[in-house]
Design a protein around this ligand. Sequence first.
Ligand SMILES: Cc1cc2nc3c(=O)[nH]c(=O)nc-3n(C[C@H](O)[C@H](O)[C@H](O)COP(=O)(O)O)c2cc1C
Length: 381
Amino acid sequence: MDHHGIAALHRRADRVLPRIFRDYVNGGSHSERTVRANRRAFERWAVVPKCLVDVSDCDLSGSFLGATHRLPFMFAPLGFGGLMCPDGEIRAARVAASAGLPMAVSTFAIQSLETLSRVPGVTLAAQIYVFRDRGITRDMLRRAESCGIRNIILTVDTPITPLRLRDVRNGFRNLTRPSLRHVLSMAAHPRWTAGMLRNGMPKIGNLAPYGMGSNLMEQARNAASQIDPTLTWKDLDWLRSVWPGQLAVKGIMDAGDALACQKAGAQTVIVSNHGGRQMDPAPSSLSVLSDIVEALKGETDVILDGGVRWGGDVVTALALGAKAVGIGRPWAWALAAGGERGVRSLVDGLGGEIRDVLRLGGMVDLASLRAQGVAALRPVR
Ligand SMILES: Cc1cc2nc3c(=O)[nH]c(=O)nc-3n(C[C@H](O)[C@H](O)[C@H](O)COP(=O)(O)O)c2cc1C
């Protein structure tokens, strides 16, 4: 599949997916201002071209999540990622393995950690929540460890789930009792529907051991109500004491919170507003990046996600101090648009764009980008 940019994958996914899933992926909370802010923030920066540097070779490898990866981006955790096409997450994991980037597996993934960890060569990070029933959280940690997973990503920006108007309008949470409108919408998207029906009714693989319901939406509802809204920094200390491996905390937007993560012993902070799906209006993730990087003084790694759609966005985030970026919606769109080939085109395309931008900016690797830092950029007036 030729690469025509992430925007083209998005357009194609919009045609392939029934409306209820298209809106689930694309949407945000409340006014969706934060979704738009994440994109706009990147458009305020330009990369300065620099000439007469030997850029015949360009190496994108770099270290984040406690290991060296061939590309400076990862698949952010997406609930229901496996609904984008049959065996969606397995296909994404195969591409991640062959391209040399890590994949975060959502608690709400369709395929379980066990299934995905069997994909040869894949590096997974397990995204978890602290559930009211700490026994479930401990069991998820045990399972991650027995799958050879060394990174846990604790998501902390979801003490509640805010209104997502598109999902309300579509009756997303009532999907277990499909209305005539749902059925007609599925029938109007036969490629997706036929693919899904072949595999039978999907379930949330990671939650199957905990008896949370007999179908997808029941499981999702019960698990969402298990996310503990009483969580405080003391619980992060608890998690640190029961998980000896690498810990990343996701959903941090404030320098004081980032410092508290550092103090609690997290190796990585993921600057993220959940792709505009939680707090609305939140600042764009890019606009708070420099403050957080500065506060952490290089002792804790920073990964950024939210609105990354072009190679230039990745270069911008790295110049402002991120070690890597996460991409969320793009890998869902790529799966819907073209399955494994779609994801391959996304990863190769984004990698190629990053290389183009670095070379035209007179840089040959991530170390030379880091050395220039913000001097590689100019604000767009
Ligand atoms: C459809 C969808 C489902 C998501 N599910 C989760 C999840 O289960 N856990 C989590 O930590 N973040 C989840 N996120 C947030 C992403 O990990 C990431 O922060 C966000 O998508 C980044 O923004 P982007 O989509 O603009 O790249 C989800 C995002 C989307 C779009």
